[in-house]
Design a protein around this ligand. Structure first.
Ligand code: FDA
Ligand code: NAD
Length: 427
C-alpha cells in the first residue's frame, strides 16, 4: 500500500513551483496534489544560482528566491504548501515510474499513485567524464545546476580570493559564472571549443562586444580548444588544467558549464521521446493521456515556427507549467500552447533579452561603439523571426516581443538595419 493523489508533480524545480501556484488558483482541494523532489528544498528560481547567489556582498539566499518571485508573483515557502494542502515530499528521488499502472516508486521504497502525472524533472549538467576527461569529482571542480552545487561553488569561491579560475564552456553558465567570479576578485580564463562565446545565440559581432568587455575586466579567452586532463595535488585538489592545444593553465578553481541532458530516463520505453525530451502536444500532454511534461524536459510544438522544440529557459518552464495545469483543470476553456521563445541574461551591468528564433539572415542595429544599446534581427524566408536587444527599457522589450510574435514581412534588409528599433515600433 502507498499514497494516492489525484495530481502528482515529479520534480520540484521552477516549473513545479509555477504549476503548484496555478493549481491553487484553479481550485485544487486539500490532499489532492503532491510534489515529489530529489532536492531538499521547496521549488526556487534556479536563475538566482549563477547571479545573486554568487555575489560577495549580501548574496541571495533562500527563502528569498522561492518560486514564484521571479515572475513578481507570490513567494511559495514550505508554509505556503502546507497552508494550501499540497504535499511536498522533499529529498526523495523517484526511482521508477509505471505509466500503465500510474504509479511511482520512491527511493524510500514508497509507492505513490496518481490520476494525472506532470513530469517536471528538468535536466542534469553534462559531466566532463562524458567527454573522456576524468577527475571532475575533485572538490574544487564545480558544476552548477542545483542549490547543493551553488553552495559548493560559493564555498570554493570564498577560499580562492585573488586566485585563478578556469571556466570550461562559453555558454550561459560560463558567461554568468565568469562575471560572478570577476566580481569576487578571481582571475578568470574561459575555455571553449567555438570561435566565440554564446555560439548558440550570439552572432560574432554581438559576441565580440561582450568578449571585449570581459577582457577589459581581466578575463582571458582560450577559444577553439577543449580540456584534455586535470593535474592534482596530493589531496586530489585540481592545481591546473591541460588543454588540447597544448596549453597548461594553473587553477585554484574550475567551473564547468558544458550543457545539459534532460532527465527523461524514467520514461524511456514508456513515452515517446523526441529531440531529447518527452514529446508533448500543444496541451503539454505526452503519448500517454494521463501524463504531461513541462519545462526543460518537454519537447513541444512551437506554433510560430511550425516545429517541435525543447527549450532550456525559465520563461518557458513557467508558462508551460501554467498551461499544463490549465489543460488538466479546465480542459474545455484551454486552447493550444502558443509560445514565443524568450531568453535573457544579466552579466556585469549588461542585460539583454531575445525573442523568437535565431535563424536565417542577421541584421545588426544600434550602437555597437558605446555598447549601451544595440541589437539584432533575424530574418528567415522574408519574415522577422528573432529579435535581440541589449540595454532596452521594459517598453522596448515589449515592443520587440510583440513585433517578433507577429512575424512581419521584411523586404529590404538594408532598410531594416537603418530603421533598427523603429522597425519593431511601427509593426
Ligand atoms: P528544474 O531543473 O528547475 O527542476 C527539476 C527538478 O526535478 C529538480 O528539483 C530535480 O531535483 C528534480 N528531479 C529530477 N529527477 C528527479 C527524480 N527522479 N526524482 C525526484 N526529483 C527529480 N533560464 C533563463 O531563462 N534565464 C536565466 O537567467 C537562467 N539562469 C539559470 C542559471 C542556472 C545556474 C541554471 C542551472 C539554469 C538557469 N536557467 C535560466 C534555466 C532555467 O533555470 C531552467 O530552464 C528551469 O529551471 C527549468 O525548470 P524545470 O522545472 O524544467 O527544471
Ligand atoms: P550551454 O548550452 O549554454 O553552453 C554549453 C557550452 O559548452 C557551449 O557553448 C560550449 O562552449 C561548451 N562546450 C560544449 N562541449 C564542450 C567540451 N567538450 N569542452 C568544453 N566546452 C564545451 O549550456 P550551459 O552554459 O552549461 O548551461 C546549462 C543550462 O543552464 C542550459 O540549459 C542553459 O540554458 C541554462 N542556463 C540559462 C541561463 C540563461 O538563460 N540566462 C543562465 C544559466 C544557465
Amino acid at each position: 500500500m502507498g499514497r494516492a493523489y489525484v495530481y502528482v508533480i515529479l520534480g520540484g524545480g521552477v516549473s513545479a513551483g509555477y504549476a503548484a501556484l496555478e493549481f491553487t488558483r484553479r481550485g485544487v482541494s486539500d490532499g489532492e496534489l503532491c510534489i515529489i523532489s530529489e532536492e531538499p528544498v521547496a521549488p526556487y528560481e534556479r536563475p538566482a544560482l549563477s547571479k545573486g547567489f554568487l555575489l560577495p556582498e549580501a548574496p541571495a539566499r533562500l527563502p528569498s528566491f522561492h518560486t514564484c518571485v521571479g515572475a513578481n508573483d507570490e513567494k511559495l515557502t514550505p508554509k505556503w504548501y502546507k497552508e494550501h494542502g499540497i504535499e511536498l515530499v522533499l529529498g526523495t528521488r523517484v526511482k521508477s515510474v509505471d505509466v500503465r499502472r500510474k504509479t511511482l516508486l520512491s527511493s524510500t521504497g514508497e509507492t505513490i499513485s496518481y490520476k494525472f502525472l506532470i513530469i517536471a524533472t528538468g535536466a542534469r549538467a553534462l559531466k566532463l567524464e562524458e567527454f573522456g576527461v576524468e577527475g571532475s569529482d575533485a572538490e574544487n571542480v564545480c558544476y552548477l545546476r542545483d542549490l547543493a552545487d551553488a553552495n559548493r561553488l560559493a564555498t570554493v569561491i570564498q577560499s580562492s580570493s585573488n586566485g585563478n579560475a578556469v571556466v570550461i564552456g562559453g555558454g550561459y553558465i560560463g558567461m554568468e559564472c565568469a562575471a560572478s567570479l570577476v566580481i569576487n576578485k578571481i582571475n578568470v580564463t574561459m575555455v571553449f571549443p567555438e570561435a566565440h562565446c554564446m555560439a548558440r545565440l550570439f552572432t560574432p559581432k554581438i559576441a565580440n562586444l561582450y568578449e571585449e568587455y570581459y577582457r577589459a575586466k581581466g578575463v582571458k579567452f582560450v577559444k577553439g580548444t577543449v580540456l584534455t586532463s586535470f593535474e592534482f595535488d596530493s589531496n586530489r585538489k585540481v592545481t591546473a588544467v591541460n588543454l588540447k592545444d597544448g596549453s597548461h593553465l594553473p587553477a585554484d578553481l574550475v567551473v564547468v558549464g558544458i550543457g545539459i541532458r534532460p532527465n527523461t530516463s524514467l520514461f524511456e520505453g514508456q513515452l515517446t521521446i523526441e529531440k531529447g525530451g518527452i514529446k508533448v502536444n500543444s496541451k503539454m500532454q505526452s503519448s500517454d493521456s494521463s501524463v504531461y511534461a513541462i519545462g526543460d524536459v518537454a519537447t513541444f510544438p512551437v506554433k510560430l515556427f511550425g516545429e517541435m522544440r525543447r527549450l532550456e529557459h525559465v520563461d518557458s518552464a513557467r508558462k508551460s507549467a501554467r498551461h499544463a495545469v490549465s489543460v488538466i483543470m479546465e480542459p474545455a476553456k484551454t486552447g493550444e500552447f502558443d509560445y514565443l521563445p524568450f531568453f535573457y541574461s544579466r552579466v556585469f551591468a549588461f542585460s539583454w533579452q531575445f525573442y523568437g528564433d535565431p535563424a536565417g539572415e542577421v541584421v545588426h542595429f544600434g550602437d555597437y561603439e558605446d555598447g549601451k544599446q544595440f541589437g539584432a534581427y533575424w530574418v528567415k524566408k522574408g519574415h522577422l523571426v528573432g529579435s535581440f536587444l541589449e540595454g532596452g527599457t521594459k517598453e522596448e522589450y515589449e515592443i520587440i516581443s510583440k513585433a517578433t510574435q507577429l512575424k512581419p514581412a521584411v523586404t529590404d534588409l538594408e532598410e531594416l538595419e537603418r530603421e533598427g528599433l523603429k522597425f519593431a515600433q511601427t509593426v
